[in-house]
Design a protein around this ligand. Sequence first.
Ligand code: BGC
Length: 439
Amino acid sequence: MKKKMVVLTMAALLAFSATACGSDGSSGSSTASSASTGSTSTQAESTASEGGEVANKDKPLVWFNRQPSNSSTGELDMTALSFNEDTYYVGFDANQGAELQGTMVMDYIQANIDTIDRNGDGVIGYVLAIGDIGHNDSIARTRGVRKALGTGVEKDGAINSEPVGTNTDGSATAVQDGTLEAGGKSYVIRELASQEMKNSAGATWDAATAGNAIGTWSSSFGDEIDVVVSNNDGMGMSMFNAWSRDNEVPTFGYDANNDAVAAIAEGYGGTISQHADVQAYLTLRVLRNALDGVDVDTGIGTADEAGNVLSDDVYVYNEEERSYYALNVAVTADNYQEFTDSTKVYEPVSNQLDESSHAAKKVWLNIYNSSDNFLSSTYQPLLEKYDDLLNLEVDYIGGDGQTESNITNRLGNPSQYDAFAINMVKTDNAASYTALLSQ
Ligand code: BGC
């Protein structure tokens, strides 16, 4: 173990001196600018050896976690998704995951019907933390929960995903009361409150805002809250820590972050793994394949020479959407022991590529918000493991979650990089990045 650490440190030092820059995770503009000045020779050599400059607009590009799409209608932004022939999106199957989350909550309610209605009023009340009303994953999760609990109402052919504010009297029109016959009794299921967890500076999926919201909700109608549901674990854990753990109210999230999985032992109701270990691999693998000039399926559906391959029960590829989607798994008291380390590489794709046939390349990668729990505590640590395995030197740029310019300002010199991995602040904003690559 110790020896391995030393070797890794040496490798890190070598990487450092080769590029004369740091890549210390979600740091500020200094990372990007020092990276820009330092790596000219690496890039020049790598492009020269391939016989000429590659224009930035032709370099491999992967969007991840936030799919280029219209934040009001959800329509995919195919211009961004097919920016060039080596452009892809990597995320997960939002509808399958949303459905799983809803079913997980409903299964829990049914299995615990004798104790779930804490004040015995015949109404099973839940509150819902919404991440970002314009993010398709967030919308899907809100719909999945409302669908499973029977509280959804249709709007324009789909379940309405708007927040209701407070609805303790059941009069909101964006949701309806559901009904449940269980344990020989008839119950009403009511969405008592829901809110987009956006802070005053504009950051969405904001855990602190969710912690405050549960404080407000519980102080005015706490005895009516029987279940807490959240679009993600960051917000879910904030509510659990602030209120539900002490009040023994089951709380459900999404992402299977380490802290949330551990909290299942203390009463956290459950979470969904979106297979971040597979997504992080795919994010970098599609770039690696394009840089190597091999079929995009290499090391994905088709084993590479090192033996890396994914089976089709963990991802799907939709060619028309140019998108890879990892599949989700529910994590509950029954199986959480298998999910205690969310930053562990996925074993079937954990084999090192040989540097002689997969030369080191430089990648610019951003995380939309360096304080997003899922991206910073699960996704980025995984990326950092896979970048070594795939011989990619990645500069990680952390945004503030509020403005795109905070990130695009740090893509000042794209010519220094061989490929790009982008996690937008808003799903509509792909053009702010592609414009820079097209200059
Ligand atoms: C994750 C959230 C995260 C969001 C950011 C979602 O896929 O589940 O936890 O905050 O992505 O874009």
